[in-house]
Design a protein around this ligand. Structure first.
Ligand SMILES: Cc1cc2nc3c(=O)[nH]c(=O)nc-3n(C[C@H](O)[C@H](O)[C@H](O)COP(=O)(O)OP(=O)(O)OC[C@H]3O[C@@H](n4cnc5c(N)ncnc54)[C@H](O)[C@@H]3O)c2cc1C
Length: 412
């Protein structure tokens, strides 16, 4: 990798140090392919990022020999997904029959990214440039992408590469710069995120709290609850107009045991908005450019699959690119197309399931009048959830997904 203060020459330039970018960077560097990752932030410490690490990702970490280091990160392990109904807590998903990892880990995303970054930095062929924000694509006279321009703390820098991979998330600048438009698949909801202290006397699990007009998902993060309050799309201003005290009372009416610490939400500044999007690019590549992860397909938060799909994309791309980029020069477009082809079907299936649940369950629930009355579990659902096979099905679909990827790229 040749570097001066104004330019870097490398084989692969990855834009975005999220789960997709850091995993792909590690895999390529490990395979001996010179790789630069540009990340616009100075650290990975962004709050309210996804942190559900599913069994499919645990398998990949084990294949990379990182499972022990991952296990040493602060985490809670979830074997069962529960929902709080009017008559108590019911199990709605069960990971215990999955092998080899019968659980989902809740790990702060920054810890996972730090682990991948540290591991990648152990390879000579890897360079991570924090505070480097890609601002434009560079093209040759034939329109082939040959690198990016980036803003760095020392001014503008040019990164020349045989391949640019856009892992820059749901608002991807590279995607826009390439003139690619994702198809919007629609989402009826947005999410208000906040955190409240968790006490030893609290229930142990990770819960959904169904409701009409608004419902909660409560992630057990050890010392605190990370709580998603799901609201109808576009209604955030209506919610924010109510005094924060009303919002606090609403929380307590839904989850009574939070009464003694709900004051932890001092003002609306403590409540963050996630605008939910579900979209997908028709074409994930152009000559010299590939897009993966949220940049190619933003996922609904249903099932907490976003990180895991991004990592699956990275592993598929790593397997194919490590082979294709052994020879010098630019990987052909057929190589890039084969990555899209491999990942399109599993992405489509999960998005179709998410959109189905959004339309059939979430949209009608959100369209009902807001009520804090607890919801009863319908009898037929209670009957079905009595079967362990039924409870393990959602865990299998979200935990392992479809067409599970395994690390096949070499370790040179
Ligand atoms: C509030 C919230 C909660 C979520 N909860 C979950 C969950 O519980 N479980 C789950 O699996 N998924 C969850 N998701 C989704 C999940 O975070 C994403 O699907 C996943 O992170 C996608 O990974 P990615 O690497 O493709 O993109 P991202 O994680 O979005 O990473 C993109 C990276 O690119 C960087 N970047 C952007 N533009 C540039 C640029 N021009 N130059 C350089 N760097 C750039 C960004 O700083 C960022 O680090 C959640 C998302 C949000 C927003």
């Amino acid at each position: 990798m040749a570097t001066d203060s104004k330019s870097i020459n490398t084989r692969c330039c990855i834009v975005g140090g999220g789960p997709a970018g850091m995993m792909l960077g590690l895999l390529l560097a490990r395979a001996g392919i010179a790789t630069v990752v540009l990340e616009k932030h100075g650290d990975f410490l962004r709050d309210f990022r996804g942190d559900t690490v599913h069994p499919s990702t645990l398998e990949i970490l084990a294949e990379l020999g990182l499972k022990d280091k991952f296990d040493a990160l602060p985490q809670t392990r979830v074997q069962q997904l529960d929902a709080m109904f009017a008559d108590g807590i019911h199990a709605v998903g069960d990971f215990r029959s999955l092998r080899p990892f019968p659980y989902m880990a809740l790990v702060p995303q920054w810890d996972l990214l730090d682990l991948l970054a540290t591991e990648a930095q152990g390879h000579d062929d890897f360079k991570l440039c924090m505070r480097h924000e890609a601002t434009a694509l560079l093209h040759d006279a034939n329109g082939v992408v040959i690198g990016v321009l980036a803003k760095s703390p020392d001014g503008e820098i040019q990164v020349n590469a045989d391949l640019v991979v856009g892992c820059d998330g749901r608002h991807s600048l590279l995607r826009a710069a390439a003139g690619l438009q994702p198809t919007d698949l629609g989402a009826p909801m947005d999410v208000l995120w906040f955190r409240l202290a968790r006490l030893p006397s609290d229930p142990d699990g990770t819960y959904g709290v169904p409701g009409y007009g608004n419902f909660f998902v409560m992630l057990n993060r050890g010392e605190y609850w990370q709580i998603a309050s799901v609201i109808a799309k576009g209604e955030v201003e209506q919610w924010r107009r109510q005094p924060i005290e009303d919002f606090r009372s609403r929380i307590v009416r839904k989850v009574a045991f939070l009464a003694d610490r709900v004051d932890g939400i001092g003002s609306w500044d403590d409540v963050k908005l996630l605008q939910v999007r579900v979209d997908r690019l028709q074409q994930w590549h152009q000559p010299g450019l590939l897009l993966i992860g949220d940049a190619a397909h933003a996922m609904s938060p249903i099932g907490g699959v976003g990180i895991n799909l991004a990592i699956q994309d990275a592993v598929a791309a790593g397997n194919i690119l490590a082979q294709a980029m052994r020879a010098p020069g630019r990987p052909g477009e057929s190589v890039l197309a084969s990555i899209q082809q491999r990942r399109l079907l599993p992405t489509r299936i999960i998005q179709a399931l998410q959109v189905f649940i959004q339309r059939r369950v979430i949209a009608p629930a959100l369209a009902s009048q807001v009520s804090d009355k607890p919801v009863a579990l319908p009898r037929v659902a209670r009957l079905l959830l009595g079967f362990s096979f039924i409870r393990s099905l959602p865990a299998r679909i979200i935990g392992q997904g479809f067409r599970r990827e395994h690390v096949r790229s070499p370790h040179r």
